[in-house]
Every structure is written in C-alpha cells, then in structure tokens.
Design a protein around this ligand. Sequence first.
Ligand SMILES: Nc1nc2c(ncn2[C@@H]2O[C@H](COP(=O)(O)OP(=O)(O)OP(=O)(O)O)[C@@H](O)[C@H]2O)c(=O)[nH]1
Ligand SMILES: [Mg+2]
Ligand SMILES: [Zn+2]
Length: 297
Amino acid sequence: MAETLEGRVLKALSGFWYVHTPEGMLECRARGKLRFRGLTPLVGDLAKVESLGNGKGSLIDLLPRKNAFVRPAAANLDALVILASAVPPVTDPYLLDRMIAIAELKNCEPILCFHKSDLGRAEELIRTYRSCGFPVAETSAETGEGIPELRRMLAGKLCAFTGNSGVGKSSLLNALSAGLDLETGEISRKLGRGRHTTRHVELFPLGDGIWAADTPGFAAFDAEDVTLELKRRLPELFREFRPYLSECRFPDCAHVRDAGCAVTAAVEAGEIPRSRHESYARLHEELRKVADWSLRD
Ligand SMILES: Nc1nc2c(ncn2[C@@H]2O[C@H](COP(=O)(O)OP(=O)(O)OP(=O)(O)O)[C@@H](O)[C@H]2O)c(=O)[nH]1
Ligand SMILES: [Mg+2]
Ligand SMILES: [Zn+2]
C-alpha cells in the first residue's frame, strides 16, 4: 500500500502538480477521480497525495477550499496583494477596484501596494484607499522602502501578488526574500508596458509564515471571475458604501444616480471617493449588460 500524505500545491506546470509534503516536494499527476469530479487542482490547494517513490506522486483528492480565483489561478488565498504604480505602466484605478470587488466577494483581504515609489508617488490613490479602510503599502524594490511594513501585513498569510504586467510583482517578491531569484523583465520602452516575464503561478515561502504566489500580470481584464454573485452583491463589495446602503430612499436603489440615493449623496459630500464610485458605476453598467443566464453561479 502506498503512503497517503497531505500537502500544499505550490506549482502547476504541463500537467504536473508540485506538492509540498512533510516528505518533501512530490511531482504529481492527477488521479482520474479528480477529473471525474470536475476539479482542477490550483496552486494553494491542500491535497491528498500518494507517494510513489523517487519524488513522484499521485494527486488523489483535494481538501475543501476557502476560496478559488480564476485570475490569478489560485486557491485558499488569505490576502490578495494588488500592485499599482504611478509610473509607466500606470495602473488604471478601475482595474484595482474590480480586483478589490472580486477579492471581497471571495472573503480575501485586498492589500493595496503602490510600487516603484523610488520613481514616483501615488499620493492621491494612497489617500483614497486608506480612507476606504484598506491596508496600503508603498514599496520600492530599488530602495527597499516599505518592505518591512509589507512583510508585517503578510505575516502568517497565504497570498498572491497580482497587477498589470511590468508593475513589479516578481521584483517585489525578490526584495521580500533574499533567497528568491525570480526572473524579471525590462519594460519595453516603445510600448511602456511589461512583457509577461512570469508565465506560471507559483507559491514561495517568504518566512514569517508567509506563502506568496508570483503570477503572470494581466494586460486587460478577463471576465472569468465575473459571476452572478458578483452582480448581486456588488454594492456591499465596495466596503466604504456599506454604512449608506440601508439609507437610500428606495430599497431597489442601484446607487448610480437614483433619486434619494445615500451613496451618491455621500460622494457629493466627499465621504466616498469619487473615483471609487465611478468604478462602481462602470462595473455595475458592465454587469447590467450581461444577462443573468450567461453568468455562472
Ligand atoms: N525603479 C524601479 N523599478 C522597478 C521596481 N520594481 C520593479 N522594477 C522594474 O520593473 C520592470 C518589471 O518588473 P517585474 O518584476 O518583471 O514585473 P512583473 O509585474 O513581475 O511583470 P510580469 O511578470 O510580466 O507580470 C523590471 O525592469 C524591474 O527592474 C522598483 O521598485 N523600482
Ligand atoms: Mg513577473
Ligand atoms: Zn442608493
């Protein structure tokens, strides 16, 4: 009888899953039963594996997940570190707000990280996200600014680093851990955007109980994480809206430009950042156009 072990999926590559177990790393294929249940193992999954010797194994089952993301493809995330930069490639706040809403939907703490602070500061965005109650870091892989603070925010957590290509995810992970040597890319000067240097998702131990996944950056946003639940729960996923949601005149208020809306009144009063409400309205409109039947539950 082969020995059954429990471990964490750290990497998925070319049909193999690399599982960290008490007996070391096992290179696994998935057993047929998993495919039968329609489950694809994700980085971050806790898995039952059978050791076959010589560092090989068979992935036989997955333990229940806390959450699962399509982009980045990862499971059981305690925190999503969302990188943004005020220098090219400059991050569109709408992408941040969209990412944040998806993280909130999945009970995953969004941590905003304004990176490349040596080149430029995102003062206004930092104020905006602090005022909404998000943990915010300001970091530089060049000067080391903010690295100890970010490390403290991440202690004991399983997290993934996400953000547009070229924003500096791999560089920041290297700065967080002396032992890491992830490949990073020069930004194409002509295009002013990154080139997707990182090609797969992989979890690394950073010490202090931190497990962090490097992920390939996105260029635009794909719709795979857009679900019916996101559509239904959108207003409460903007956490700074919550105190106002029960104050609107009409119970079916869409909080866009409706009469008697407490949310839009709070925007006018300067209590909710205008850019956050603009992102909400844009996302609301995008979701409104998508028919319910076409969205996954
Ligand atoms: N000045 C400065 N440059 C940085 C910093 N962090 C990263 N860079 C540079 O930005 C470029 C892109 O960095 P990467 O770490 O490869 O970016 P990435 O987000 O991993 O990109 P993808 O893997 O394509 O998604 C590289 O040329 C880095 O040297 C920083 O804090 N300051
Ligand atoms: Mg990278
Ligand atoms: Zn309203």
